[in-house]
Design a protein around this ligand. Structure first.
Ligand code: PBG
Length: 329
């Protein structure tokens, strides 16, 4: 493929000047590449900091304007909503997930009323913010039930679609849920609501700060290994993706991000579909703490985000999305 040899060929020639480096640049970032996660909290007039995630906040619905005005101004295409649920409304079957007046539903309605279609809204489909045991589904003798959980996830999807959610993002890793959700959405007239499947979600230690942010940290009984993937596997990721595509997923997510760049590339190369990467809370906190302690420079943020693009991601869920315009030169 490469013709020529030193000294005829000097690759440093095109690296010498900034203008030239820009010309040969293979990847770049724009604000359109980002999905901004937003944490919601009950009450009024609150913007609450999160101990484990520097510069990330929980917002009450009436304060969402602060972060949404900015996101829209910076042309962020979509936000992802995550509720912090009070522990006294959690139970073992996560019924709050189906409450049409829950925090996520209120936020969807608020955003759609105020901003119409200026920005997309994505919502997780999973029970973990609502269950007293912190698992994404129904728990029986330490095992998360598959088919019984799907029945609830289908209802949760319909509630969110009905409120105006644009993109449903099942993040629970139950088998067969994409097909069931797609079918019921279509049946109820929501055939244009998109599904972004968290098709490849690993049982990871990098989710710690997120669980703190949504208030499920102390509650989680055991781990999520009987439904989320083993981080030793990559063939299995392709099987997960192929099933979800057949079942009707519009896009797939790989999660976490940076330790799984090989998976992003594998999925992209094999399926040629939109692949999203999630730079998860643990990655965010590690980078941010390193920068705050001056162990690494803040350009490490762009370096890590570009790696997702290089691997083949179409978009990135990142807690930096609200500040990304300042970081992209
Ligand atoms: C829940 C969910 C999790 C994240 C997004 N949705 C946590 C988990 O599966 O335990 C993690 C996001 C992050 O760490 O930033 N289904």
């Amino acid at each position: 493929m490469i013709t020529g040899n030193y000294p005829n060929l000097r690759l440093r020639r095109s690296r010498k000047n900034d203008w030239s480096r820009r010309l040969i640049q293979e990847n770049s970032l724009s604000t359109s590449d980002f999905i901004l996660p937003i944490f919601l909290i009950d009450g009024k007039n609150k913007k609450q900091s999160i101990k484990t995630m520097p510069d990330v906040y929980r917002y009450t619905v009436d304060k969402l304007g602060i972060i949404l005005d900015k996101a829209i101004k910076n042309k962020i295409p979509m936000v992802a909503l995550f509720p912090h649920t009070r522990s006294n409304i959690k139970n073992d079957i996560g019924s709050e997930a189906l409450n049409e007046d829950n925090l996520v539903c209120k936020a969807i309605q608020y955003i759609k009323k105020k901003y119409k279609n200026e920005i997309g809204i994505m919502c997780d489909v999973a029970l973990d913010p609502y269950t007293s045991h912190g698992h994404d589904g129904l728990l029986k003798s330490g095992y998360v039930l598959n088919d019984e959980t799907i029945q609830i996830l289908v209802k949760q999807s319909l509630v969110q679609a009905q409120m105006g959610c644009d993109v449903l993002a099942p993040s629970d890793m139950m088998d067969g849920r994409i097909g069931k959700i797609r079918k019921s959405l279509d049946k109820e007239g929501y055939e244009m609501v998109q599904i972004l499947s968290y098709a490849v979600k690993y049982a990871s230690s990098f989710y710690g700060p997120f669980r703190d942010a949504v208030g499920s940290k102390g509650l989680l009984k055991g781990n999520k290994k009987n439904y989320q993937m083993d981080f030793r596997n990559s063939n299995e990721a392709l099987r997960e993706v192929s099933l979800d595509i057949k079942e009707g997923a519009d896009m797939v997510m790989v999660k976490p991000g940076m330790p799984y760049l090989d998976i992003i590339k594998l999925v992209k190369d094999n399926f040629k579909i939109p692949v999203f990467a999630y730079q998860v809370s643990g990655e965010y906190s590690l980078l941010s703490n390193g920068i705050n302690k001056k162990l690494i420079d803040k350009s490490s943020i762009i370096e890590s985000l570009i790696s997702f693009k290089r691997a083949g991601a179409n978009a990135i869920v990142s807690y930096y999305a609200d500040r990304i315009n300042q970081l992209i030169e």
